[in-house]
Design a protein. Sequence first.
Length: 234
Amino acid sequence: MKATALSPDLMPVLSRGKHRNPRRGACFMEFASYLAGEPWSDHPRCTHPLLAAVARAVNDYSSDHARAELAPLIPSVIGVTSADPRMTVLIALRCSCAAVPVAAASRQRALAAGILACQRALETLDGAPDPQWAKRIDVALGQVPDAERWAHEFIESMAGNLPDTLTVRTASSIVGAAVQGIAQACISDPDRHLHDLLVDVIDDCTQWAQTHTTSRTAPQPSKSEPALLRLSRR
């Protein structure tokens, strides 16, 4: 589905959280469901679930003024989805790489471990990350050497107990930690960082979907997931 830009007269007033119906307000993804002609929901089928999770989190953590600036992006998430697990990994990787340099030190370890989990998943799927993403990983981790060192030690200590793939629950936890980390970071303009993150994730997913047409089965949850899941929530 090709989305069209919203005109100023149709620009919605976005608010935090989930809303029972449009009369009670709308968040980013609820308005997307409306534009897509789907039943009212903040989990519409028209958008990749993890991309939708990023949009909901950015919507909720943005200030009221900054949230209004997200509205023009709503049409661009409609029809952007895939069953290929690579899209899930790339969304989580984009978020964690963006957050780890600016997040509080207490959160950087979990985000660094999330980056390594994404790298591990891409190596399982493709043998190695795309050079562009490999460089992004190196740049992000290079800014937090202590967290990177800890994350490598953690991954090595869990050898045999961590899945090679990135499960949906773990990816969602990485995204949640990343968005919260940016929102609560001691930086001059967290709203702008959140806005830019959502733009980048949408662009990544759109470009990826346009160049990859083969759908693959998403990985099944693993019994070994809780260790990394608990880590990402710290």
